[in-house]
Write a protein that binds this ligand. Structure first.
Ligand SMILES: [Fe+2]
Ligand SMILES: [Fe+2]
Length: 171
């Protein structure tokens, strides 16, 4: 094993957070799906896939480093929301919490002089900036829409389309 045990323990804790976030985003997507807001639902289904990808990135890194990833049991999820802004506020709080966790993880790796883990974690540091920014923007958009969630649907569809176009290779 080429990474430090304290870091392995912290990575396993982070695995739980990422898998939890993935499940929680499905619960939020279901809330919007039931409200017949398919674009907001799609946004959170995609977010859920991303969180699963974060978890799998950690699994891959741990295996490559000779450490054992432990698949955790998940905590209770929140399935009831008092409106769109309540659901997105909850998602934003979750992203803020994960950002703190990633920062702590970097501190542990740094205290242990575990440079491989530090290097690996840099991707997550950058990713969290994006995650918090996009969730903050979504929350602001809901506020601006002042109750008309069809404006928010429009906005979410446009950013999803822009992301698809950006991901396509230039003709
Ligand atoms: Fe994540
Ligand atoms: Fe996230």
């Amino acid at each position: 094993m080429i990474i430090k045990q304290a870091v392995v323990d912290a990575l396993n804790t982070q695995l739980k957070s990422e898998f939890s976030a993935s499940a929680q985003y499905i619960a939020i997507a279901i809330y919007f799906d039931e409200e017949s807001l398919p674009d907001l639902a799609g946004f959170f289904y995609r977010q859920s896939e991303e969180e699963r990808m974060h978890a799998m990135k950690i699994v891959r890194f741990m295996l490559d480093a000779g450490a054992k990833p432990l698949i955790p049991s998940l905590p209770e999820m929140k399935n009831q929301f008092e409106g769109a802004s309540n659901a997105v506020q909850f998602a934003l709080a979750q992203e803020m919490k994960v950002t703190d966790e990633i920062n702590n993880l970097v501190s542990v790796a740094s205290a242990e002089n575990d440079y491989a883990s530090q290097q690996f974690l840099q991707w997550f540091v950058t990713e969290q900036v994006e995650e918090v920014a996009s969730m903050t923007t979504l929350l602001q958009t809901i506020k601006h829409a002042a109750g008309n969630l069809l404006f928010v649907e429009d906005f979410v569809r446009r950013i999803a389309q822009a992301a698809t176009v950006a991901a396509e290779p230039a003709a």
